[in-house]
Design a protein around this ligand. Structure first.
Ligand code: AMP
Length: 545
């Protein structure tokens, strides 16, 4: 056997490290109250221990779930560390979900404590009667901001709880395979499902995600996660920022273009991460006001396909490098990122660009494959597409509370997680998502990628947002329908837009029709809600049908 120390991989070690080695480095938060709060990693660690003490005093025992309904802010960060670090399980809930869904999730997870940001008080008051397991409600604020009246029984004040503790708490050591947090998938069909991460899986994900060919995080960065801390742990940034000890900027609920731009500039943000829709808002604002970024250099875009046109604008007009990434709740979430090798940097620029537009290569720790419906491996030729399967150190092997395994076999070998995505993989290992398996358009036995059609539409200068769905067709089974929001003040026509597809994709894939709308529905995590769109257009008759 090896003769090395067996130090468990624990989340508390991240914040201990940050406090000791980047103790004076700032964490800046835009609060729900509207002001800016500043403190350091050293203070964050001290307060996380005070929270751990306070939670124990409230009767929490190892394994108990501590839920949050909160935006990106320093108190939320303290709950990440204070709960997981003391062997409790941090359960971040997306406040943008329907209240019935939130209640279902909190009951399924058997949350014992619910901490919430003050502006979500009305939501929590509405939910409270439905929450069967919650014993304590904690408002994440100070005494001065506590509501004068509330229907919540025995509402506790977060800052007051912490102030009552002396921070003598010592982070405990325990098995690294212990659960540290739980996130529920957005679940477009059926009930959401819980992914339970372990300290070990989270630490390995943190190491891997900070690497140069992954997020490339460094202590010289100022990092602002736009991606919410309730969306798969803000893609792990609250952990990786502690690992590298960089300045962290947390934007609170203020994610409009103006608020983000001002925070990027005033705090000298160099690196960020978020879903495509947030960048739409920020880009519109900087464009309308003829602004430039002075420090913003790099961003990770994922969660849905990043339209190449958005990537180009960020790169060419604003000098912001875009790292396209793919992942999912079941993967903690990072799976692949598009970064070029030395050899690929010698390719002509347009070839480089096409690689960067793909979802990219796996980081070490994740293994992937594409398979046909019978579970047979498909070639990595960039052409064959099939069900994307993954396995790895931070991939779930079971959903919370379920007894049947979600895993499938690949060429007879068990232990692969079916992602529900359809993809190609090229000989260099660059993966490209062509669709969610349920969103792919099946036309006359051939598959059409809705993402590819959306990317073409988004490249039209008059298109603000585009979504492609399948419509029933008597001859072809399904044909694509393009749903579009025009940019304000433009005169885009159906014919003009369809002509734009000529030469960009094979003729038989061109959408059969275009519908202009004022709004496209989004899920609570900012993805286009294809299911709702299909529902909306279920009786739509394509031309000639
Ligand atoms: P979630 O678990 O809510 O993060 O959703 C995961 C799903 O989002 C994946 O299975 C993909 O369908 C989709 N997704 C994430 N990143 C990308 C991306 N870069 N391109 C296309 N789809 C993506």
């Amino acid at each position: 056997m090896g003769q090395m120390m067996a130090m468990p991989l624990l989340i508390s070690s991240l914040i201990k490290h940050a406090a000791r080695h980047a103790g004076e480095t700032e964490i800046v938060s835009k609060r729900v109250e509207g002001d800016i709060h500043r403190y350091t990693w050293a203070s964050a660690e001290r307060r996380s221990r005070q929270l751990a003490q306070a939670l124990a005093r409230l009767g929490c025992e190892p394994g108990d779930r501590v839920a949050t309904l909160a935006w990106n802010g320093y108190r939320h960060l303290e709950i990440y560390y204070g709960s997981s670090g003391s062997q409790l399980v941090c359960h971040t809930i997306n406040p943008r979900l329907f209240p019935e869904q939130i209640a279902w999730i909190a009951n399924d997870a058997q949350d014992r404590i619910l901490c919430f940001d003050l502006n979500l008080l009305p939501l929590v008051e509405k939910l409270a009667p439905e929450l069967s397991s919650v014993q304590h409600f904690i408002a994440m604020t100070d005494r001065a901001h506590m509501p004068a009246q509330t229907s919540l029984p025995g509402l506790l004040c977060y800052d007051e709880l912490l102030d009552a503790e002396d921070a003598a708490y010592v982070w405990p050591e325990f098995d690294e395979n212990t659960a540290c947090s739980i996130c529920y998938t957005s679940g477009t069909t059926g009930h959401p499902k819980g992914a339970v991460y372990s300290h070990r899986s989270t630490l390995l994900h943190t190491y891997a995600s900070a690497l140069p060919d992954a997020l490339d995080c460094s202590a010289r960065d100022v990092i602002l996660p736009v991606v919410p801390m309730f969306h798969v742990n803000a893609w792990g940034l609250p952990y990786s920022c502690a690992l590298i000890g960089c300045k962290l900027v947390l934007p609170g609920p203020h994610l409009d273009g103006k608020s983000l731009y001002e925070l990027f500039e005033s705090e000298k943000v160099s690196f960020s991460a978020g879903v495509p829709t947030v960048w739409l808002g920020l880009l519109n604002y900087v464009k309308a006001n003829a602004l430039k970024f002075s420090t913003f250099k790099r961003t990770v875009i994922g969660g849905s396909a990043c339209p190449p046109a958005m990537m180009k604008t960020l790169q060419d007009d604003y000098g912001v490098e875009v790292i396209h990434a793919w992942g999912m709740t079941e993967l903690s979430p990072i799976g692949t990122l598009a970064k070029l090798t030395t050899r690929q940097l010698e390719l002509p620029k347009d070839k480089q660009q096409r690689l960067l537009e793909k979802q990219g290569k796996v980081v070490y720790g994740i293994d992937m494959a594409i398979a046909d419906d019978q579970g047979r491996a498909l070639p990595w030729d960039g052409v064959a597409f099939g069900n994307l399967l993954v396995r790895g150190q931070w991939v779930i092997n079971q959903y919370y509370g379920q007894t049947t395994s979600p895993l499938v076999t690949l060429d007879g070998e068990p232990g692969w997680f079916p992602t529900g995505d359809v993809a190609t993989i090229d000989p260099d290992g660059f993966m490209q998502i062509t669709d969610r398996s349920k969103d792919v358009i099946k036309s006359g036995g051939e598959w059409i990628s809705s993402i590819e059609l959306e990317n073409v539409a988004m490249a039209h200068p008059d298109v603000a947002e585009a979504a492609v769905i399948a419509c029933v067709h008597p001859k072809w089974d399904e044909r694509p329908l393009l749903v579009v929001i025009k940019k304000a003040g433009t005169e885009l026509t159906r014919e003009g837009l369809l002509a734009f597809f000529d030469g960009r994709i094979p003729k038989w894939q061109v959408p059969d029709d275009v519908v202009f709308v004022n709004e496209i529905p989004h899920t609570a995590t900012g993805k286009i809600q294809k299911l709702a769109l299909r529902q909306q257009f279920k009786d739509y008759r394509l031309p000639g049908v």
